[in-house]
Write a protein that binds this ligand. Structure first.
Ligand SMILES: [Mn+2]
Length: 294
């Protein structure tokens, strides 16, 4: 089969004439890597993920037909002035009537995403599934409180409760994060825990915890995956999740009140094979399948 753009964007689900109110999902790219601490490149993530989205079919891997669902692609929101543009992204998300799928960008772009989702579901219990090699719980990093190492810390300040946060795939720590990780009341499943207990069991625990929430957002840093599966990311961390484990985790969220997904830290220039881009795309299409079945 020739890969020559035989589908419309997002596996034929993108319908350019629909407004967010008429579509099931909004796609928004946030092409920004100005707050990544190591290697840059994630600013090119949205463009490459969107480009290849014309080459996927409207099915999830269990053959769920996705063609009854629609996607409204809102394009990219550039970040020129960090504070004011982050605020604009937060307000955009706070007023969306459907399920946003956000394309990073380094993980700092999830700070306005958390803010927008917290506002959108004000008064409701907002749960977070955090899938990442890193906890991003620093108060400040490289002199910035908006660094990609501070994302979840800011999210908790916006009012996301520790007991409603499940973290899966962790395997790297900053000294300033240890106390929160060990005593903060967050639900922590390290990559080593997953290897020890099996993802089926971990995913069942995560599902049980998040089923107490009124709304669940998934924030997925592509570096949750082992670098053998996704080398195109700023800080590859050895000993990560397998692709199958990430899909098992996603599929187990079926039936939860899913209200958003962000996929961040995809740096296409660091992986000439573009496997990392395709991994992100697979995760997005499987998320759409999970919502379709839910
Ligand atoms: Mn990370």
């Amino acid at each position: 089969m020739a890969l020559t753009g035989n589908h419309a964007y997002w596996g034929d689900l993108h319908q350019p004439k629909l407004s967010p109110a008429q579509a099931d999902f909004s796609i928004l790219g946030i092409p920004f890597d100005g707050l990544a601490s190591a290697r840059k490149g994630a600013a090119q993530g949205p463009e490459r993920i969107r480009f290849w989205s014309r080459h996927v079919t409207p099915f999830s891997e269990d053959r769920t037909r996705l063609s009854g669902l629609s996607v409204c692609d809102l394009g990219d929101h550039p970040i020129l002035r960090i504070e004011s543009d982050f605020e604009r992204v937060a307000q955009k998300i706070a007023t969306l009537p459907n399920i946003p799928i956000l394309l990073g960008g380094d993980h700092s772009v999830t700070i306005p995403i958390f803010k927008g989702q917290r506002e959108r579901f004000a008064g409701k219990r907002l749960g977070i599934l955090w899938v990442d090699a890193h906890p991003d719980l620093c108060d400040e990093y490289d002199g910035s409180r908006l660094s990609h190492a501070c994302v979840l810390r800011r999210g908790m300040e916006f009012g996301i409760k520790a007991e409603d946060i499940c973290m899966v795939g962790l395997r790297s720590w900053e000294d300033q994060e240890i106390d929160l990780i060990e005593n903060g009341g967050l639900h922590v499943f390290s990559a080593a825990d997953v290897a020890e207990l099996g993802m089926k069991s971990v995913a069942a625990d995560v599902r049980r915890i998040l089923s107490r929430c009124d709304a669940v957002h998934i924030s997925l840093d592509i570096d949750c995956l082992d670098p053998s599966a996704a080398p195109g990311t700023g800080i590859p961390e050895f000993g990560g999740l397998t692709s199958r484990e990430v899909l098992t985790l996603l599929h187990a969220m079926q039936g939860l009140p899913l209200v958003g997904l962000d996929v961040v830290e995809v740096a296409p220039s660091l992986d000439p094979s573009e496997s990392t881009v395709f991994a992100a795309l697979k995760i997005i299409m499987e998320f759409i399948g999970v919502v379709a079945r839910g």
